[in-house]
Write a protein that binds this ligand. Structure first.
Ligand code: THU
Length: 137
């Protein structure tokens, strides 16, 4: 089942998180329409505002590799030292929702998981209703 596999990829992506300031490690796995999976992790910075979330890292990496159409993204997050399952579902922040809207559109599936078999799934339009963007096209 693609959801379980995508969550597994997000867990692998999370291992690459660079989060020495928050110690909160996030992993994302973004599924391109032809089945390729793109990893993202959070990348923090001593100048805190320069950090980047896992979801945006995944989107920007995929775009830089030539992908343009996306089906789903799985996201996992939890404190570095905490073992699986994660304590909470890691929902994409507002800025990431906006970026996912731009490149994934309203039907992108968002899977937030505590483990491979404990997850919730939403369409992006549920998490970002009345989004800004289509006015500009
Ligand atoms: N973070 C993400 O990677 N994705 C989100 O959607 C929310 C927050 C990261 C940013 C920061 O490195 C850490 O989690 C704590 O906020």
């Amino acid at each position: 089942m693609y959801r379980t596999e995508l969550i597994h990829e997000a867990i692998l992506a999370r291992k690459k998180a660079y989060c020495p300031y928050s110690h909160f490690a996030v992993g994302a796995a973004l599924l391109g329409e032809n089945g390729k999976v793109y990893h993202g992790c959070n990348v923090e910075n001593a100048s805190y505002g320069a950090g980047n979330c896992a979801e945006r890292t995944a989107v920007y990496s995929a775009i830089a590799q030539g992908e343009r159409k996306f089906t789903a993204i799985a996201v996992v997050g939890g404190y570095e030292a905490h073992p699986l399952p994660f304590e909470t579902y890691a929902f994409p922040c507002g800025v990431c929702r906006q970026v996912l809207w731009e490149l994934g559109g309203p039907n992108l599936h968002i899977i937030v998981a505590k483990s491979e078999d404990d997850y919730q799934e939403y369409k992006l339009s549920e998490l970002l209703p009345k989004a800004f963007g289509d006015q500009m096209k």
